[in-house]
Design a protein around this ligand. Structure first.
Ligand code: ADP
Ligand code: MG
Length: 217
């Protein structure tokens, strides 16, 4: 688990547009924080820079005491739950969850125990041998989250387009993510432009507009 610190974080696109403008922020180890603000205010850009999907123009990002700027995305100990949770439809749930661990060459027994633990955590043990294409959307979502946590990330990044599809599934997903935060102690950064949702969660909300933080409540 780890804290996340942003220091004067800035993203300027090649056309000169400043999407994130000198943002400094400290998120405690184990915290659940919500980034909220209108579409286009820079929320996803911050998440993408933390995740390493986007270059940082200037400023620093720390995970605990480690400077993330120069660490390759796959070595960052972060998990991301973004829009298209790219599960392999023709593979079963187990193999989808095991994939990242196999790429890291972990021993088979370790992979097996981690996948089974994550499956138990999300209540999807019964569908581990089922192909993704035959699963309900809720179970697919849980496989995607399971795949994220088997790598034992210190921080989970969730963008609002993850499970945008309908309110019921969104609530289930939020319940799962709150449980990840509370039970496993993983720091969560959650992005939403839905103000009701942001406030209903009863967690710290970081309000953004035009690339800057306007309020923290
Ligand atoms: P949010 O997630 O808050 O809706 P984003 O972080 O996705 O906002 O985008 C912030 C701003 O950066 C938007 O105004 C968007 O149009 C702009 N932007 C994103 N990518 C580029 C790019 N490649 N070039 C120029 N501007 C971009
Ligand atoms: Mg966005």
């Amino acid at each position: 688990m780890a804290s996340v610190t942003l220091e004067h974080l800035t993203k300027t696109y090649p056309n000169g547009f400043i999407s994130v403008n000198d943002v400094s922020l400290h998120i405690e180890d184990g915290e659940f924080v919500i980034f909220h603000g209108p579409s286009g205010c820079g929320k996803s850009t911050i998440l993408r820079m933390i995740g390493g999907l986007e270059d940082i123009t200037s400023g620093e990002i720390y995970l605990g005491k480690d400077l993330l700027n120069d660490i390759l995305p796959r070595d960052r100990r972060l998990a991301m739950a973004f829009q298209n949770y790219t599960l392999y439809r023709h593979f079963n749930a187990y193999d989808n969850m095991a994939l990242g661990l196999r790429l890291r060459d972990l021993p088979r027994a370790v992979i097996d125990s981690r996948v089974k633990m994550a499956a138990k955590f999300f209540g999807i043990t019964g569908v581990l041998d089922k192909k993704i294409k035959s699963l309900s959307e809720t179970d697919k979502q849980r496989v995607a989250l399971g795949r994220a946590i088997v790598c034992q990330p210190k921080v989970l990044l969730v963008d609002e387009d993850f499970a945008r599809q309908n309110d019921k599934r969104r609530m289930e997903m939020l319940g799962d993510i709150l449980e990840i935060n509370e039970t496993l102690g993983i720091t969560v950064l959650y992005v939403t432009n839905d103000e009701q949702e942001a406030l209903a969660l009863n967690k710290k909300v970081i309000f953004m507009k035009d690339g800057i933080i306007t309020d923290i409540r």
